[in-house]
Structure formats: C-alpha cells, structure tokens
Design a protein around this ligand. Structure first.
Ligand SMILES: [Fe+2]
Ligand SMILES: [Fe+2]
Length: 196
C-alpha cells in the first residue's frame, strides 16, 4: 500500500471483479428461463450498477497512471459461473450468496488500507460499491429462497449441500455481519457461517 503501483494493483483487482460481475449478472438473465419478470429486471439493474462500479474503479486507475489490463487477473469468479451453469439454485448459492457476499466482508479492511495509505477517493468508491453490493446480495438471497421454496428445500441445509458439492471457498472471518443482515441473511445462516 506504500507505493502507487501497489495501490493500482489492488484497484485493478477490484475492477476485474466488477467486470466479471457485469457478465455474471447478464449471464443469469439470458441463461435461466421461466422466472418471473421481476427476476430479470432486478438482475439487469445489478448489471447496470456493476458497470458503474467498473467505471468508477477504472477512472481511478487511470488517475493512478494505469489502466485496466495492466496487471494479471484471476479467473475464480468465472470458473464458478462455469461450474454452476446448469442450475440456477447452485448459481445463486455460490455466486451472489458466497463470492459476492464475501465482498461485503472484504470491503471494510480494504477501505481501511487504502484510506490509511492516503487514498481517500478509493475509500469513497468503496463506500458506493458496498452500498450497492448489499442490494445485489439481497437480490441473490431473495431468489435463492424463492427457488428453495419451489423445490421444497430448507435454505440452510441446501446451502451446506451446494457449498460442498461445488467446492465453495472456505469463508473466514471477520464477517461483516451488519452488511450481511442488511442483505437478508438470517441468523441461522450467520451462525452456520461462524460455525456456532
Ligand atoms: Fe459491484
Ligand atoms: Fe455486485
């Protein structure tokens, strides 16, 4: 965090996540048919907000003398999209409710690091993203529960099963419980997450 280069690499990693998030939201829209109209409207709005996040981060990266594509990027998000392409329930469990929700936990420490290094603009951008991401995880939670109800599944047990089958990354604390509650996780789920 002490060098502009180091901060730019971090902003680049975040921009890459947002770019993937645009594709992930749109992939849900076209891949999975027969959902209510509101489902498609909500995911299109998620895609729009992800595009806004990407632009904010990319513009900041340019301010730091870099651009998107200057650093290597990982494929973890897209790999999970591939793995879950045959089942919307698995997609919602593993992508918004696991990977995107992990972003809620990661946001405060990343913001602290960047602001601590004097990058206040990055802190402002992370605030906007966190606010919107709570909404995205809430959309994931809503439709995950909708499908669980349709299929007669218990949401907590079904999540444990899917996380095991699809190799969800092990989530480590500290968890942003406030953001997770705001995003619609229930207390039983938060207890399972914390292993209590
Ligand atoms: Fe985002
Ligand atoms: Fe998102």
């Amino acid at each position: 965090m002490k060098t502009v280069e180091g901060r730019a690499a971090l902003i680049h990693a975040l921009a890459h996540i947002e770019l993937n998030a645009i594709d992930l939201a749109l992939d849900v829209v076209w891949r999975f048919p027969d959902m209510p109209g509101e489902f498609y409207r909500q995911w299109l709005n998620v895609a729009k907000e992800e595009a806004h996040h990407f632009v904010l981060l990319r513009n900041h990266l340019v301010m730091l003398g870099h651009d998107y594509g200057d650093f290597p990027a990982h494929g973890a998000l897209w790999e999970m999209a591939e793995k879950t392409k045959h089942d919307l329930l698995a997609r919602l469990a593993l992508v918004p409710r696991t990977l995107e929700a992990r972003g809620l936990d990661a946001s405060p420490p990343i913001k602290a690091k960047l602001v601590g290094a004097g990058d206040r603009r990055a802190g402002e951008i992370l605030d906007i993203i966190l606010r919107d991401e709570i909404g995205h995880v809430a959309v994931g939670n809503f439709w995950y529960r909708y499908l669980c109800e349709q299929r007669g599944l218990d949401p907590v047990a079904a999540y444990a099963d899917l996380a095991g089958r699809y190799g969800a990354p092990r989530l480590r604390g500290p968890f942003n419980l406030e953001a997770r509650r705001a995003a619609g996780f229930e207390e039983a789920e938060l207890r399972a997450l914390q292993g209590i």
